[in-house]
Structures are given as structure tokens and as C-alpha cells.
Design a protein around this ligand. Sequence first.
Ligand code: GLU
Length: 314
Amino acid sequence: MEPASELDRIQQLLPDWLAASRRLTPTGKTAAYIPGLAAAPRDALGITILGGDGKTASFGDCALSFTLQSISKVFTLMLALMERGEDVVFSKVGMEPTGDDFNSMLKLELVEPGIPFNPLINAGAIVVSSMIPGNSPEEKTERILAFFRELAADPALDYNREVYRSESATAHRNRSLAYFLKDNRVLEDDVEEVLDVYFKHCAVEVTCSHLARMALVLAYDGNDPLTGRKLIPQRCVQIAKTFMITCGMYNASGEFAIRVGLPAKSGVSGGILTLVPGRYGIGVIGPSLNSKGNSVAGVHLLETISTELKWSMF
Ligand code: GLU
């Protein structure tokens, strides 16, 4: 079946699928540990699916703005890989899922050599932020924003000042992780400067269509099918997508691989970025989170669509 006709069919089915998934929102909660996220509309749910020919299927609260949070980590990882190379990146961060919470300190102390297990947990992403080229936190942030803007095809993309400030003012756990990494000499730069870059890329504000556009580039192995431009080397995308499968959905990554079967990354804002290889980039928002920290309705919606359309890669 041609992707275009599949998208037409999806567009017709989305209202019913969304209504069924939205019923789950009262079972979850918005993230409260970052004050700027707590007030997000708990019942919101939206999805945008973008094909390589530019056609979309979209429904629900797609116009809602939200911050990337952990979704940004996939892209800072690729930028660090592009700028520093695999050897440098993987000398400071591992390749394995932890089974612990995304902000856990446990294994940093327990398992030698004390480097974060992977780049998608907070400790790993903070180390990755320190690897972005630039002579100051401002330059590093500009480099990241330029990369995100190119991928999202939106030169106006920026970080949300209020969410950035509210995270920065309350990030005691991330500060302790970063100081611990500094003490272990995994982090060499000034801790506050690294965290400033990290909080800002987490606070980049998007909608579902930005996520879908960024995901589309991953679906096409680093090529933007809408412009024909090569934006990311295939190897960097391959590494990022592998991490998305093994650790992109926190401690529910195995379950998501079994139930949905697509590379994905979620964030505590309730966003989920996922893709169907060679076909679609997908953005979802649903701020009500389940106990694992993933959008409760968003995961349900993706499971429904993937099951109905047999999208699992496995
Ligand atoms: N900025 C958030 C934090 O560091 C990102 C967490 C997430 O989305 O998983 O806690």
C-alpha cells in the first residue's frame, strides 16, 4: 500500500483511536518535580504522523506546545557523535540500559569505571552536553539550537525560559549527579556551566509537528526527504536509534519494544518521538504520565496504531 493512502486511512481512524486512549489520562499525572511542567493539561493528547512525501495525518491537541525534556538527549548524542566521534563519546558513557530510574546515582558508585551506563539517562546526557563544541555555555547552546532548528525545519525554535528557570532552580538531583561525575573526573568542565546547557536543551519548546519532522530525518537514516539534504551521518542515526530501542522509554523500553516495536524516546513533558523506518516520523504529546514516566495515553495510542497497521520492526 502506498504511504499516502495509508495516511489517509490513519486520518480517518485517528478520532476513534485518540478517544479510546484519552480515557486513560486520569490514571496518570503530570510531572511535578519540575514546577514549570506540573500545570500542563493532563487530558491533552495529540499526534502528528509525517510521511517522506510531506503528507501528514494529525489529530487532537497537536497545537499544544511542550518542552523536549529527555527527547533532546537523542539529538545532543548525535551532535556529540558527529563532532567528537564514537571513541571519545563512549570513553565517557556506556551502551547499556540500567534498569534504574533515569535520574539514579546508584550504578555510578557501584559499577566501575563510574561512567554513566548510557547517554539517555540524566547522568549520561549531562556528560554528553559537556562534549558539545563551544567556548562557553552560550556557544554550546547556540550550536545545539542550530542543529535542532535545522532538523525541525524551524528557525524560530527556542527554549522556554520559564521551564528552563524552574528546572534550574530545583534540579538538586541533577546537580548532585553532575558533582559526583565531576569528582570521578568523568565531567571535566564547570558543573554549573554544563548543567546550564543541559537544562536549556531540555527546555526547547516544540509541538507534535516539530517532533514528527525531527523523527522523519531519523526514519530516513539522517537524510531529510523533504529537502534532499543529508543532515546526520547514517552511523550516528544507527547508534541513536539503537539506544531508543534499548533505553528510550525509561524502564518500560522492553515492554514498548514488544508492544509497539519502534525506536522511540519519551520525555517527562509527555512527549514521545518515534518513527517507522523509511516511512514516517511521528510526534505525540500527552502530559499525563504513567508510573514509568511515559505518556499513559500516548503509549496506548502508539500501541493501537502499531498493532492495527503491523508497524513493529520485529
Ligand atoms: N530535564 C529533565 C530532567 O533532567 C529531563 C528528564 C526526562 O524527560 O526524562 O530531569
